[in-house]
Design a protein around this ligand. Structure first.
Ligand code: AHR
Length: 504
């Protein structure tokens, strides 16, 4: 069978929100220490930033990076990470010792070098309104007050000018330090937002949504939180992690079907609160944690997790090793985010380095790209201009976990300025290649300028991954079977693949 896709350059959903290509740096495991920061490493600059990791971050194309957590932020005192005195503390969230050698100033400096926007989270677990507004004053006020002058004394004359702020993290989760009911959190989010805006009225604020779609309070949580805080927030967060269960790759490959539904359910809930509250402004979505995460390993010996043995400084935690299947799934997540780019305005893949990450690095050793690096890097590079509303006619198959799933998953963007269309496309079949025909309306006479595919490499299988000793086992290779004839593009997508085709 052939999958038929129609793209019309006039049928658009809206501009590609460039903040969809966000990432996340948490003080967790080896994301900060021996990830982005390792003084003494042969590749470290004078501030201790690893230049090899910086180069890969730029190549990845991340646009905005959330910091400093995650579960970590719910027990964090931001003051510990600024100034000359950096106390060593126990981090209860990940059962680690936090040295505080790296903090706000270092992150802002790193973000400038990496050319990414800072998305800062405040602690609404153990702390509240006062610490949040003080942090905004410290970071963003030009000077002439005790807090802003302290920033200047600590070496930053100019304000950090951080616009994007998360009002806590996963406070619906019983595991969270300072877990709250929706009513408790909704009130706290409202009051914290107000106080932060009194200091700086240019902020964009993200309220905490559900930690995942399976939370018993999902839906009710968003409704109640927004009933309290709608007028003061700009976004509600979503988090989702997926993994393969019991060898059911068919369901795993259809995870983006669940992501699509999850987004649409949150949008409906947000809009219901908007209607009931007679609000005029729109609240959008910040999907500020998403990825593949093999949580089955949480308590197993082969995959050390948060309850690491003893209290260690930057222990190895959840350093998932990603394979070909995971990369195809990540490609479909990016497609899902693009398809909902009219309401999902920010998204952060969790995390950037080592901890469930597209980039891996070894202490005093090299850094390399995991398989999931590739769909992210290419989508971030090429998804520009307007998101197109595609009509996709493709076979549908049943999956145990997510019901019906389309065989071909697609998203496309049209960059009017450069006259470029980019098609991002995945074949979920593990057995068969699929013929795809793309009908291009309003784009007759184009030529293919790029066609690349990530699939099972020769001699490999769907579990093939990039490792320290085989860093480039999986990557993008030319997609050979692509032809364009007038207004019709034809391609043959290999089984289990993610591809990008660019035409001009
Ligand atoms: O990204 C890892 C963890 O997953 C984050 O700290 C937390 O917010 C989520 O549960």
């Amino acid at each position: 069978m052939t999958t038929r896709i129609t793209a019309d350059r006039d049928f658009t959903l809206g501009e590609v929100p460039r903040r969809l290509f966000g990432s996340f740096v948490e003080h967790m495991g080896r994301c900060v220490y021996t990830g982005i920061y390792e003084p003494g490493h042969p590749e470290a600059d004078e501030r201790g930033f690893r230049k090899d990791v910086l180069a890969l971050t730029k190549e990845l194309g991340a646009t905005v990076v959330r910091y400093p957590g995650g579960n970590f932020v719910s027990g964090y005192n931001w003051e510990d990470g600024v100034g000359p005195n950096r106390p060593r503390r126990l981090d209860g969230a990940w059962h680690s010792i936090e040295t505080n050698a790296f903090g706000l100033h270092e992150f802002v400096d790193w973000a400038r070098v990496a050319d990414v926007e800072v998305m800062e989270a405040v602690n609404l677990g153990t702390r509240g309104v006062d610490a949040a507004r003080e942090l905004v004053e410290y970071a963003n006020h030009p000077g002439g007050t005790e807090l802003s002058d302290r920033r200047i004394a600590n070496g930053a004359k100019d304000p950090f000018d951080i616009k994007l702020w998360c009002l806590g993290n996963e406070l619906d989760g019983p595991w969270q330090i300072g877990h709250k009911t929706a009513a408790e959190y909704g009130r706290l989010a409202l009051e914290t937002a107000k106080a932060m805006r009194y200091v700086d009225d240019s902020l964009e604020l993200v309220a905490v949504g559900s930690s995942n779609r399976a939370m018993p309070t999902f839906g009710a949580w968003e409704h109640e939180v927004l009933t309290h805080a709608y007028s003061e927030v700009d976004y509600i967060s979503m988090h989702a992690y997926y993994q393969e269960h019991d060898g059911d790759a068919t369901s795993f490959l259809a995870s983006a079907v669940d992501m699509d539904r999850f987004i649409e359910e949150v949008v409906s809930t947000v809009d219901a609160v908007k209607a009931a509250g007679k609000h005029r402004k729109r609240v959008d979505i910040s999907f500020d944690e998403w990825n593949v995460w093999y949580q089955r390993g949480l308590d197993s010996d082969d995959q050390p997790h948060q309850v690491s043995k003893g209290w260690q400084v930057h222990p190895r935690v959840i350093e998932d090793r990603y394979n070909v299947t995971d990369a195809v799934v990540v490609g479909t997540f990016l497609n899902s985010l693009l398809r909902h780019g009219d309401r999902v305005k920010i998204a952060n893949q969790a995390q950037l380095v080592n901890v469930i990450a597209p980039i891996r690095s070894e202490e005093n050793g090299p850094a390399w790209r995991q398989t999931i690096f590739w769909p992210f890097a290419r989508t971030a590079e090429l998804a520009r201009g307007e998101i197109l509303r595609l009509a996709v006619d493709t076979p549908v198959h049943d999956t145990a976990q997510h019901g019906d799933a389309p065989l071909i998953d697609a998203a496309a963007t049209w960059d009017e300025e450069h006259g470029r269309l980019a098609l991002f496309i995945a074949n979920r079949s593990q057995e068969a290649s699929e013929a795809v025909e793309l009908q291009l309306r309003g784009l007759e006479g184009s030529r293919v300028t790029r066609a690349e595919v990530l699939t099972i490499p020769e001699g490999g299988d769907r579990f093939t991954a990039n490792d320290l000793d085989a860093q480039d086992a999986v990557g993008l290779v030319p997609l050979r079977d692509v032809a364009i004839d007038g207004s019709k593009l034809s391609a043959q997508l290999p089984a289990l693949s993610w591809a990008v085709i660019e035409i001009e």
